[in-house]
Unconditional design. Structure first.
Lengths: 332, 332
């Protein structure tokens, strides 16, 4: 235990000094399922200090082929040019199921990765219990401790993770393909509803198509409830290749993170942290119980009875928990 | 306890004899948060016998003004005319927040309600912990025990509950308004994706508009992954006022519940019951823990620290659970 304390102290000091290798190692600890690694990760989180100047936490999602990495690379380069320090993290829901990573070992964001004030976490975790998302929230905190004032979370793959990412960032960007079809191109409405800005890419290929897409999305947004009462979701048109339109995106970031909106963002973060606490509480509680052989066996039997329809699931759970109720009342 | 057994025995016998008042009282027990009522409800569920002929479990949702109640009334009347017995239950997510009910005391489904082989639960619960949905699953089981072979679940209000309902029925119907606009009229895509049939209502008002809507929805469905590999989601056009088009809906129900699909439906129900078990397990486990004063206080402190940003939520939960770990290891 004392070695954990020493290691955590020196690792934390290295992170605060801005050492990339210490940060990278810490992020791996967050993703590890080894008990010793997890204990060290928690010890690190315990050391984290309050950050007086909140960073920009930006989420970025979009359908395959929309050019997320290229968009983030260009955006990151512009931001670092103007003095910001940018950390890019990836959330890959597919790793949960397949154990593989879409990104693989592909070299990404070459230019941004070479900058002194940028940090890219290229490969999402394969080992995380319960998907990459849980550790990503803590990874944001560690990157901020390392001095990064802009954290970009890139979602890889599709599905629930996009909504998960929306609950861990301040501003959520949705990238969309230029498309002249009359439907909103397979974008899930749920995603549109949580976006703070929509960016139509590839304006260099067919400027007219991009504009039509932007108009359609603007019109679709009219039917939706705004994400925040003091913010109207803009729709931008950009080219990752030429850089056209990025000035409007940067402008939107500045407007979003303007001092006048600080209270709104702070309120949103508090809410996110409360909801996250509740989610981690139920899942970790259950994980700890299921780690007990006796509980696990009783649970497996009750679940099987429920699945087979021999017992209502609510009854199965109720009786199971009745049997371990002593356990609970003992401490009271 | 012995009185619980006696009451449960006689109440269950009355349900099996098809007594409506016994069924209605049992459904109230499921919705009650009083410990004695809940114990009686669980005792009832314990008595439920395996049903050899599975019922039709049908969910029904749609935007406000689409005519859900009128649709269900007409559908229910046609089904009872052909010898089926129909129970209608409502799930009202709004009751969770406001404590009120959209339906209020409005008299609904007058004609269906008077039929001998129909049962309507008019007012959704206001007292249920965690929304109406949890008790609805058990209510389905009790209605089946009372001999109903067709259970229709009507969602009132919008949001997550619609998806919840989809996870408790075999077949999910989505009602849609005729609309000549070029977007899919505010229907959440997530809902379309879980629908087994879409029904455009009000064809008596503007037959052309209804047909255009149906065509748009059919085209939108093409971009979506089918809900079941052996089922193609049909789009129907009906008039609740004249009854036009209901024959096509009835035909779809028969095709859906055809014997050849029995294995698919059975598989889906098993999966639903397993997922439901998991959800009830985490929520009831947590409820029992939070009922302990000592745990509750420690939890409140940790949550507040997390919300204020003084501690990462994952760390807060971890340390909280470390403190009650003894509790868990004691039984091992």
């Amino acid at each position: 235990m004392s070695s954990t304390i020493e290691t955590a102290d020196s690792l934390y000091a290295d992170i605060r000094r801005g050492q990339r290798r210490a940060l990278a190692r810490s992020l791996s600890l967050l993703e590890s399922s080894l008990p010793a690694d997890r204990e060290l990760a928690y010890a690190l989180l315990e050391r984290c200090q309050h950050q007086p100047n909140p960073s920009w936490r930006i989420g970025c999602t979009g359908p395959p082929g929309v050019g997320k990495s290229t968009f983030i690379e260009r955006l990151g380069c512009i931001l670092t040019d103007t003095g910001r320090s940018v950390a890019v993290l990836a959330v890959d829901p597919s790793s949960r199921r397949s154990g593989g990573s879409i990104l693989g070992d592909k070299v990404r964001m070459l230019e941004l990765g070479q900058r002194a004030n940028a940090f890219i976490r290229p490969t999402p975790s394969k080992a995380t219990l319960g998907g990459a998302a849980p550790s990503t929230r803590d990874a944001i905190v560690l990157c901020e401790q390392a001095g990064f004032d802009t954290i970009i979370i890139e979602t890889v793959g599709v599905g629930q993770s996009e909504i998960d990412v929306a609950t861990m960032v301040d501003m959520f960007l949705l990238l969309a393909l230029p498309n002249s079809g009359d439907d909103v191109q397979g974008i899930k409405r749920g995603i549109m509803e949580v976006a703070h800005a929509v960016v139509v890419t590839k304006s260099d290929l067919d400027a007219a198509a991009s504009k039509r897409s932007a108009a359609q999305i603007t019109s679709a947004l009219r039917y939706m409830i705004p994400t925040a009462s003091d913010w109207q979701t803009p729709v931008h048109v950009v080219s990752n290749a030429t850089g056209d339109g990025f000035d409007t995106v940067i402008d939107a970031l500045h407007r979003f993170f303007d001092n006048t909106r600080a209270a709104t963002i702070d309120h949103q973060r508090r809410q996110q942290r409360g909801e996250w606490f509740d989610r981690v509480l139920s899942s970790e509680m259950l994980q700890r119980l299921l780690a007990m052989q006796e509980f696990r066996s009783a649970c497996d039997v009750a679940r099987e009875q429920s699945v087979l329809g021999r017992m209502a699931p609510s009854l199965g759970v109720h009786r199971l928990l009745d049997r371990i109720q002593m356990l609970i009342t003992e401490v009271q």
